[in-house]
Design a protein. Structure first.
Lengths: 290, 793
């Protein structure tokens, strides 16, 4: 690859990294490089300074917090999540999506937080975070701030991060009850971005849904939070009617465009189908209903 | 004692590929690995628009970039009479655009610099002003009365048509249709695809002013054709040109044509007097170089109620892009499309073909294919499938009624080819048995009751592989034969050179096995070299599954010439008369006294140390082989699929391949070819294509859009074999490289159509993307894949 000329720094502390970012108005953070490097190859991005954060310690952990929340550090790779044996019990939505991101090669390098920062409407992680009501913790010259994911994305490939801020971790709040959920993605091939993807996160008390979130991938100019769809299933056990309303509401919330992957109508149909399939997995069994 | 043939790596030995030794160690030597002293680097600036007049090109910015050594534009090429070059199909093609750009990705300028980064910086600094023109992306648009004229550079070109061509018996076919009980009709599009070798194209041109010699390292499947073409275009005498095709990272037909990048690197080297390297990037390869397919079919089959086919009509409209630069025999305008229906006993047929210009990349190449055979066999098997359905006849039974029988050979095909051997029904039976055809109908019925959609698709075909003979096959008038040159050293080791050019097929392994078979020299003792025009004998290169049928035959023939001379030497050594000398693998002996013998190695030593009086010393020879006919492998591919009725996604449950390619030289390599071919067939049926939007933007110009299947999606394949030796090939072999790519796609598509049969849908254009299948399922209508693809902002 033959990108434009750039300077490269790999500091070993957050403060140095922030200072470097501030030193140049055309600087960029390099995490896994799986989105940034391809853009630089195509010269869609030509940053003058790359600040590689891979040498910064303590950013590579993901773990459950004492308050029941979950934290994913900025250098946690997609593959770390995919291979984790404990993630599933805490975060089933994320566990389900992990192996559907890109391909094994990309997963080994690419980071969860980098994906959020990249703000690609076809990024799978943003939908999971939207469904889970998570936030991003940013570290800048003036310390830290926490940004809810709904406020984080400013548009396609744009976030509210200042140019000298580094996202240091993603946080998922504790669940009210037990966490359930999943992720489905229609892709044409391994390594393909989603034609349509649906993230469902449920908090359940017994068979009653106490809280829900539904995030949609690739069916709008940014990740979609299908709030009405989620509202349709909160407050009672998952019945067929509620599931259908959620599916329809999710389809209505999406605003896909027709392209070579399929018509807008088809993509809406896939969204509805996936919402149905994901929710049906958590319908109470006949024994439970009785 | 005769040697054990498999032990010495002769015919039938699944010998490990010797070339893999260097490849798996990362020691291959590709064009990009070659570094010459003082070498410069070239980068091409491409058009972002599909159709536009060039108002101005300002290259001053590029000249201002430090390290830029040369900037070429169409105007500068024109001053040297090099702005246009001849194509392999008697058309002209722009090297660098002068007047207009005619497809997205067309070469507009190029920059030569100290390193590739600078060359790219230089390209970015060039300012081109375009005046957009309406783009044309399909034959319908091209033939519309008010269509803009794409080739306004050509004197006598009034519209966008390239050719009208026909073959077959029109009147006879009309009569057959008049007598038919049932006529089945179907229309479809075989989408544009791309061979997409992992290594893109590239060259290093090195013109040495002191010797006047031009050496070009080049990614080419046909070095000698290129040498001739370069000699014509650049007006350099042929003996002053040396083309070296080193290791190739795949070709698949993509590396047969002459590309503007090659020509520009040559001119740049002449002008700068330094070696100039051009390495195309993947997008450049996908967006501008030789594509495959892009043909529309209207097909008709006339039948009797009992299933007997009486006649076939085909009309094709082919989209050749902006320049007619198909790499194909000059006689046949739409390649070997008329090889369709060769495996069926069809009394009469008629094919008409129209070719058009569009604002798309040029260069219809035989992508793992013998000149449009892939389209021919796909159309054939889709027509057969629809015809059987229209008759209400079982797919296997319908084929059984019409397949050519074993004792019918030699048999004229409806379009005049001569097939010579095969056991078609046997292959079909093996396939049906393996897939469990007998029980499938019931399984399908029961599954459907539970809402599951299962389908089986069959594809049977024979295809003409191994162009020539030279009577009918030529490229630009150069006859299609091939060659081999064998030199046995005094210790009995050998070097073999051929006019073919391996690019993954394993010639270094296979050719040595043919020599081992003919001479009893262990394959490990034979080194094989190809690709250097200064050392290799003249040949037409490797594509169209022609290497084993033609160059491989030459290898056998030259080995036999060597054996004939060795026999004379043996007689001399054995003090016997030549007539009394018998041959068994690896040695000569005196008839009646088997223990009185000499090995081939002893004969080799004697050739350099003890030749009989009057005999020339040495043991080497060459052979030029002009095959008497094409070879006709047969294949039966059967796929079983399941379609998800909610999403339109389909999966392959079982895939069976029965191939008869005659005698198998290295069975492992043959199986590898079949597996690879089936993978490409699956790709084309499932996901892979290049399309265009209304503005002529190429969708499929990178690997995010142009999908190559990975090990993850690719289904498993179950392989079976039947061996019917080729009657005219010296060792009975037939071509195999492309069979599965050619015959495979129809098996998958027919299977999905079978699963959807209850909806009345007759056709979905490839690739059968989930949305297309879903569309068909919900509307009950056929789904067209003709570009432009509908997009909305
Ligand atoms: C072939 C391929 C297929 C892919 N398929 C998918 C897919 O199916 N689904 C999917 O979701 N993604 C996919 N991706 C994208 C992949 O997931 C990336 O890894 C991810 O989008 C970016 O993470 P990264 O760590 O590589 O970030 P980088 O490429 O390093 O950075 C991306 C952007 O985010 C910024 N950034 C990164 N980290 C931080 C940080 N901590 N603080 C501030 N800014 C930061 C960078 O400056 C840059 O602008 C694919 C990528 C490839 C190459």
């Amino acid at each position: 690859m033959f990108p434009s000329r750039f300077r490269y720094e790999a500091p070993s502390s957050l403060s140095e990294a922030v200072a470097l970012l501030a030193s140049h108005d055309d600087s960029k953070v390099l995490a896994g490089g799986q989105s940034l490097i391809p853009m630089m190859k195509l010269r869609f991005a030509s940053p003058a300074l790359l600040v590689d954060i891979n040498n910064i310690p303590d950013l590579d952990q993901h773990d459950a917090q004492p308050d029941g929340g979950y934290r994913i550090g900025a250098l946690v790779r997609h593959a770390d999540l995919e291979k984790s044996t404990t993630l599933g019990e805490h975060q089933p939505t994320i566990a389900a999506a992990a192996s559907l991101i890109a391909d094994p090669i990309v997963r080994t390098r690419g980071t969860f937080v980098g994906s959020l920062c990249h703000a690609d409407p076809q990024g799978d992680w943003a939908s999971c975070m939207v469904a889970l009501g998570g936030s991003i913790v940013a570290h800048g010259p003036n310390g830290r701030r926490t940004i809810p994911v709904d406020d984080f994305v400013a548009g396609p490939f744009q976030t509210v991060l200042a140019s000298d801020e580094i996202a240091v971790e993603a946080v998922i709040p504790a669940a009210n009850g037990s966490r359930k959920g999943g992720y489905l993605k229609l892709e044409r091939r391994v390594g393909d971005f989603a034609t349509a993807g649906v993230a469902v996160a449920l908090e359940m008390s017994g068979s009653t849904v106490t809280n829900a979130g539904i995030g949609l991938t690739g069916v709008g100019s940014s990740t979609i939070n299908a709030r009405e769809a989620a509202a349709a299933i909160v407050g009672s056990p998952l019945g067929d009617d509620a599931i259908n309303s959620a599916a329809e509401a999710a389809a209505a919330a999406s605003s896909p465009r027709s392209d070579h992957r399929g018509s807008a109508d088809y993509k809406r149909h896939v969204v509805a189908t996936f919402v149905r399939r994901l929710l049906a997995q958590h319908q109470p069994t006949e024994a439970e209903v009785a | 004692m005769a040697l054990d043939e498999v032990k010495i790596g002769g015919l039938g030995a699944s010998r490990r590929r010797v070339e893999d030794n260097r490849f798996i160690r990362g020691k291959g030597n590709y064009v990009d690995d070659i570094v010459l002293p003082g070498m410069l680097h070239m980068e091409i600036l491409r058009s972002p628009l599909a159709h536009a007049r060039i108002a101005s090109i300002d290259v001053s910015g590029a000249w201002a970039v430090p390290g830029v050594r040369l900037v070429l534009t169409g105007e500068m090429m024109a001053a040297r009479n090099l702005a246009w070059m001849p194509t392999l199909s008697y058309d002209t093609q722009a090297v660098l655009a002068t007047d207009k750009v005619r497809f997205q990705g067309q070469e507009v300028a190029c920059v030569i610099a100290d390193d590739p980064y600078i060359a790219k910086d230089g390209c970015e600094a060039i300012v081109v002003e375009y005046e957009p023109l309406p783009p044309i992306v399909n034959p319908q648009q091209a033939m519309a009365v008010d269509a803009p004229l794409i080739r306004d550079d050509k004197v006598n070109q009034a519209d966008n048509k390239i050719f009208d061509w026909e073959v077959g018996d029109k009147d006879g076919t009309d009569r057959a249709f008049a007598q038919a009980d049932v006529v089945s009709e179907i229309e479809m599009h075989y989408p544009r695809s791309h061979p997409s070798p992992i290594e893109a194209c590239g060259s290093i041109a090195d013109f040495d002013r002191s010797t006047s010699k031009l050496t070009v390292y080049m990614t080419t499947q046909a070095p000698h054709i290129i040498r001739a073409a370069v000699s014509l275009v650049a007006e350099i005498p042929e003996h002053m040109i040396r083309i070296i095709s080193p290791d190739l990272g795949g070709g698949f037909g993509n590396k047969v044509p002459v590309y503007p990048g090659y020509v520009m690197s040559i001119l740049a080297s002449i002008l700068t007097e330094r070696p100039v390297k051009w390495i195309e990037d993947k997008s450049g390869n996908l967006i501008s170089t030789g594509f495959g397919r892009d043909v529309y079919l209207k097909g008709q089959v006339a039948m009797r109620n009992d299933g007997k086919i009486l006649g076939v009509r085909m009309h094709t409209d082919s989209d050749h892009g902006a320049f007619f630069s198909d790499a194909q025999p000059s006689k046949f305008k739409i390649g070997l499309m008329h090889s369709a229906f060769a495996c069926y006993d069809v009394p009469t047929a008629h094919l008409t073909a129209t070719g058009v210009y569009t604002n798309k990349a040029p260069g219809g190449v035989a992508y793992r294919c013998s000149f449009r055979v892939t389209e021919a066999m796909f159309f054939q098997e889709r027509m057969i499938c629809a015809a059987a359905d229209d008759l209400g006849m079982d797919q296997a039974e319908f084929r059984r009624v019409n397949l050519v029988r074993d004792d019918d050979f030699p048999k004229r095909t409806p379009f005049g080819f001569l097939t010579d051997s095969g056991q078609y029904e046997k292959c079909l039976d093996i396939g049906l048995e393996a897939i469990g055809y007998a029980d499938f109908k019931q399984e399908q019925e029961e599954a459907r009751k539970r809402g599951r959609l299962l389908g089986i698709g069959i594809s049977t075909m024979t295809e003409p592989l191994g162009a020539g003979n030279s009577r009918e096959y030529d490229i630009l008038g150069i006859k299609m034969f091939d060659s081999a040159e064998l030199r046995i050293h005094m210790t009995g080791k050998a070097i073999l050179r051929t006019g073919a050019k391996t690019q993954g097929q394993g010639h270094e392994t296979t050719w040595a096995q043919i020599v081992a078979h003919e001479l009893g020299i262990p394959a490990d003792d034979i080194v094989v070299e190809e690709g250097d025009t200064d050392t290799a004998p003249f040949g037409m290169g490797t594509y169209a599954s022609r290497s084993t049928p033609v160059a491989g035959a030459a290898v056998a023939m030259v080995s036999r010439k060597i054996r004939a001379k060795a026999r004379k030497i043996a007689a001399h050594l054995l003090e016997a008369s030549e007539e009394d000398v018998e041959w068994e693998l690896g040695r000569f002996y005196v008839r009646g006294a088997q223990d009185r013998g000499v090995s081939i190695q002893e004969c080799a030593m004697a050739a350099y140390s003890n030749v009989p009086d009057g005999m020339e010393p040495g043991l080497e020879n060459n052979a030029y082989y002009d095959p008497p006919n094409l070879t006709w492998p047969f294949a039966c591919y059967i796929a079983k699929v399941e379609v998800d009725p909610e999403t339109g996604v389909w999966d392959v449950l079982h895939m069976v391949a029965v191939d008869d390619c005659g005698v198998r030289i290295n069975p492992m390599i043959v199986e590898g070819q079949i597996m690879g071919g089936l993978t490409e067939a699956y790709a084309m049926a499932n996901m892979q294509f290049i399309t265009f939007d209304e503005d002529g933007n190429c969708i499929g110009s990178n690997y995010m859009d142009y999908l190559l299947p990975t090990a993850w999606e690719t289904p498993g394949f179950e392989l079976h074999e039947v061996v019917t030796p080729c009657p005219h090939h010296p060792i009975g072999a037939k071509g195999i490289g492309e069979c599965a790519t050619v015959g495979g796609p129809a098996a998958f598509v027919n299977a999905v159509m079978d699963a959807l049969k209850h909806t009345g849908v007759r056709n979905i254009d490839m690739p059968l993307l989930p949305d297309r299948v879903h569309d068909a399922l919900t509307t009950g209508n056929d789904v067209s894949g003709m570009p432009p693809v509908k997009t909305e902002a």
